[in-house]
Design a protein around this ligand. Structure first.
Ligand code: PGA
Length: 250
């Protein structure tokens, strides 16, 4: 059975003191878990801290965004090679909290995906529909467009060994997760979409579910054949809740 991947997305939470406590608790609780890969995506200023605390452990770290450009006069941006300088191996791309608030287009997001990939970072591409889109029954169309933008610009083979996270926007931070059946159905759709363009890429791709995952609902979700793990917001801020989710994956 393929290894599950559980990614913590701290969003804009934490400070030096609380991060240290949380990361030390992660190490204590999560490093004994053998069958699950764990990653924590921290705010940029804390990448150095994550590196110094996690460098000799099995827990990897990454960022929550990156620039679509490699270098240059882009005030406030952070490049892929800067993330690499701090040992980051993963980066979240196109999270809906950014795509909406900072007006990121699918093309912009696809460019960032490629930027990460070409620098040897593993991109975690977030896709998902709004509640209105789900109620209108067009959720697969919406997600297909997000995936097809990457395929159209760079080819389906760029999905090899990367991560897609299905995050229905209505489920993020709402306490109302998608049901295991809803998530599985979309994950199967995503894998099928990529497989129809590149079979091998679809096999090596991990598809996470994100949106109100907690230790209680994690088991039903992770047992589904196309759910390879989770992207965890709120519950990743508590070491014991995050441990519960990682144990469900194991
Ligand atoms: P949540 O966030 O677990 O707090 O719903 C998930 C996410 O935004 O990745």
């Amino acid at each position: 059975m393929p290894r599950k991947l559980v990614v913590a997305n701290w969003k804009m939470h934490g400070n030096l003191a609380s991060n240290q406590q949380l990361l030390e608790a992660y190490i204590q609780k999560l490093t004994p878990l053998k069958n699950t890969d764990v990653v924590v995506c921290v705010p940029y200023p804390y990448l150095a801290q994550a590196q110094s605390i996690l460098h000799n452990t099995t827990i990897a770290w990454g960022a929550q965004n990156l620039s679509k450009d490699p270098v240059g006069a882009f005030t406030g941006e952070v490049s892929a090679s800067m993330l690499k300088d701090f040992g980051a191996t993963y980066v979240i791309i196109g999270h809906s909290e950014r795509a909406t608030a900072y007006c990121e287009s699918d093309e912009n997001i696809a460019t960032k995906f490629m930027q990460a990939k070409s620098h040897g970072l593993t991109p975690i591409l977030c896709v998902g529909e709004t509640l209105i889109e789900r109620e209108a029954g067009v959720m697969e169309m919406v997600v297909a467009k997000q995936i097809d933008t990457v395929i159209g610009m760079y080819g389906a083979d760029v999905f090899a060994n990367t991560v897609v996270s299905y995050e229905p926007i209505w489920a993020i931070g709402s306490g109302l997760a998608a049901s295991a059946a809803q998530a599985q159905s979309m994950h199967e759709f995503i894998r099928g979409r990529i497989a129809s363009a590149d079979k091998e890429a679809a096999v090596s791709l991990k598809i996470l579910y994100g949106g109100s995952v907690n230790p209680q609902n994690a088991v039903q979700l992770f047992v589904m054949p196309d759910i390879d793990g989770g992207l965890i917001g709120k519950c990743s801020l508590s070491a014991s809740e995050f441990e519960g989710i990682c144990r469900a994956a194991t």
